[in-house]
Design a protein around this ligand. Structure first.
Ligand code: F6P
Length: 363
């Protein structure tokens, strides 16, 4: 059977365990040897106990757990060619030449680079006598399939990334809770949500919580946003509302690309409107907790599809991601998605807001 390894990399997200479980079980079902790599790329470089064969029951009782039970890390060693040589050796010695990477765009790009230099790495290891020619032949090519795990929904090419729906549940629970206390004291609450470069969590939570105003990185507010914000807040109060909720994505900026922070907003609301104002920063609570049903099912479908894609892979096939398109799990070229994701970042950097919104909108 084929040797497959699965690992999680970068920031964790709810649903990663369901994806790992699906990869392991679909792999075993199809007669493969499936390995966990613990602690992401670091475990691949370190080898030893970090790369272990998975059994059907090793993934029992994890579908409901948040985070990633096999660990995740940001890894400096893998950025150096010596680190990648070690990683390649560790994989080849175990007969692994199929990888399922669960992570964000950085982790998936890393996997693609690894795949592109694989032939050179194999040759070098063989020349140095670190692997046998039999091992080298078995692992002549490296096949890569990516699954996007990120609460930010910041990856072009999929409608939803694994973890976003659960993070939204967390955020809405928090906003709903805040609303009661805000109502009692007629207060304005400014709530910061995650999303360094992506306003999805902020936008969707604002829409579903009846927030007064929302700040996102891709679509800055009007030039004179201070007056616009105050106008909206006071209009709502005059119409009889006892509170205002303002949602701020952590990466929010103005039209010149300068950060808009919760403190800045609080200052303006207090000074201009004399409203009693508080800030709540949700932080990593959003990445914690159990995955929602949606994320569990999404991850199961994607994990299973990833293994099938590896079975179909030929020496010439490109690295792909399994993504959600409508209600279908589909395969899309990895680098096409990465390039489009980087395109959004570039448009934001260039302050071309129309382009940023357009590119972000095209999933
Ligand atoms: O990309 C996911 C994310 O949760 C972002 O929303 C956030 O900015 C970042 O990770 C936080 O990273 P860390 O957990 O390393 O502090």
């Amino acid at each position: 059977g084929k040797g497959i390894a699965v690992f999680t990399s970068g920031g964790d997200s709810q649903g990663m365990n369901a994806a790992v479980r699906a990869v392991v079980r679909m792999g075993i079902y199809l007669g493969c040897k499936v390995y966990f790599i613990r602690e992401g790329y670091q475990g691949m470089v370190d080898g030893g106990d970090c790369i272990v064969e998975a059994q059907w029951t090793s993934v029992s009782s994890i579908i409901h757990k948040g985070g990633t039970v096999i660990g995740s890390a940001r890894c400096k060693d893998f950025r150096e060619v010596e680190g990648r040589m070690k990683a390649a050796k560790n994989l080849i010695q175990r007969g692994i030449n199929n990888l399922v990477v669960i992570g964000g765009d950085g982790s998936l790009t890393g996997a693609n680079c690894f795949r592109n230099e694989w032939t050179t790495l194999v040759k070098n290891l063989l020349d140095k006598g670190e692997i046998s020619s039999e091992q080298a032949n078995k692992c002549e090519y490296l096949n890569i399939v990516g699954l996007v795990g990120s609460i930010d929904n910041d990856f072009c090419g999929t409608d939803m990334t694994i973890g976003t729906d659960s993070a939204l549940h967390r955020i809405l629970e928090a906003v709903d809770a805040i609303v009661y206390t805000a109502y009692s004291h007629q207060r304005t609450f400014i709530m910061e949500v995650m999303g360094r470069h992506c306003g999805y969590l902020a936008l969707v939570s604002a829409l579903s919580s009846e927030a007064t105003y929302v700040f996102v990185p891709e679509f800055p507010p009007p030039e004179d946003w201070e007056s616009d914000l105050c106008k909206r807040c006071s209009e709502e109060r005059e119409a009889g509302q006892r509170l205002n909720i303002i949602i701020v994505a952590e990466g929010a900026v103005d039209r010149n690309g300068n950060p808009i922070t919760c403190e800045m907003i609080k200052d303006i609301v207090e000074k201009r409107l004399k409203q009693d104002t508080r800030i709540t920063v949700l932080g990593h609570i959003q990445r914690g907790g159990n995955p929602s049903a949606f994320d569990r099912i999404l991850a199961c479908r994607m994990g299973a599809e990833a293994v099938i894609a590896l079975m179909d892979a030929t020496p010439n096939s490109e690295a792909i991601v399994v993504s959600l398109n409508g209600n279908q799990a589909v395969r899309v070229p990895l680098m096409k998605c990465v390039d489009r994701t980087l395109g959004v970042a570039k448009a934001m950097q260039d302050k071309d807001w129309d382009l940023a919104v357009e590119l972000r909108g095209r999933s």
